[in-house]
Design a protein around this ligand. Structure first.
Ligand code: AMP
Length: 190
């Protein structure tokens, strides 16, 4: 099995690279952001609760996202592996994922971070907002706030995986194919 965490700020290209990893290694893509967006679009109770937090760029409660991941892992036995995108985002989630993996006798192979500076991220997210219409990608002030909150809160997760010797990072600015080739190289260097 191959289990990868794609790590990095909103707009770093995790979604794009996840899709390529799915095609290359036959993995299941688990994006908490995508799952939450679906709930918002479907106007479920959870979606209605999550929407305001997402707009403000704040994290949705840990129990909710951990529950989502737990369900997907339990219901996806005998797969080639997973690519996690946007999860974990804090230490509690990282520890919960380690526990879930232990219980299910799985292991995280690599954590690969896509590094992109704030200004480029904001530009990319607003562009994505125009092209894809995501409700939380529209307002410049809110987008700036979301990117700031990410850098304030999520850095500690990279340290967690550095300590485990699983953390790799690469420049997320560049050609999609070049970045993908670098990701594959890290994966195949197991
Ligand atoms: P993303 O598409 O990954 O940027 O996620 C969009 C929004 O969903 C984030 O700004 C958060 O409000 C929420 N979200 C996504 N993943 C998580 C997570 N792992 N923990 C808490 N909130 C999350």
């Amino acid at each position: 099995m191959l289990n990868i965490i794609l790590f990095g700020p909103p707009g770093a290209g995790k979604g794009t690279q996840s899709k390529k990893l799915v095609a290359q290694y036959n993995l299941i893509h688990l994006s908490t952001g995508d799952l939450l967006h679906k709930e918002v679009m479907a106007k479920t109770e959870l979606g209605l609760q999550a929407r305001e937090l997402m707009l403000a760029g704040k994290l949705v409660p840990d129990e909710i996202v951990i529950g989502m991941i737990d369900n997907r892992i339990k219901n996806s036995k005998n797969q080639a592996g997973f690519v996690f995108d946007g999860f974990p985002r804090n230490l509690k989630q990282a520890e919960a994922l380690d526990n879930l993996f232990k219980i299910n006798d799985l292991k995280i192979d690599k954590v690969i971070a896509l590094e992109v500076g704030e200004a480029a991220l904001i530009e990319r997210i607003l562009q994505r907002g125009k092209e894809q219409g995501r409700f939380d990608d529209q307002n410049e002030t809110l987008v700036k706030n979301r990117v700031k909150l990410y850098f304030n809160d999520t850095g500690i997760v990279s340290q967690y995986y550095q300590t485990q010797g699983k953390f790799h990072s690469l420049n997320g600015l560049g050609e999609i194919e070049t970045i993908f080739a670098q990701i594959c190289k890290i994966i195949e260097n197991r």
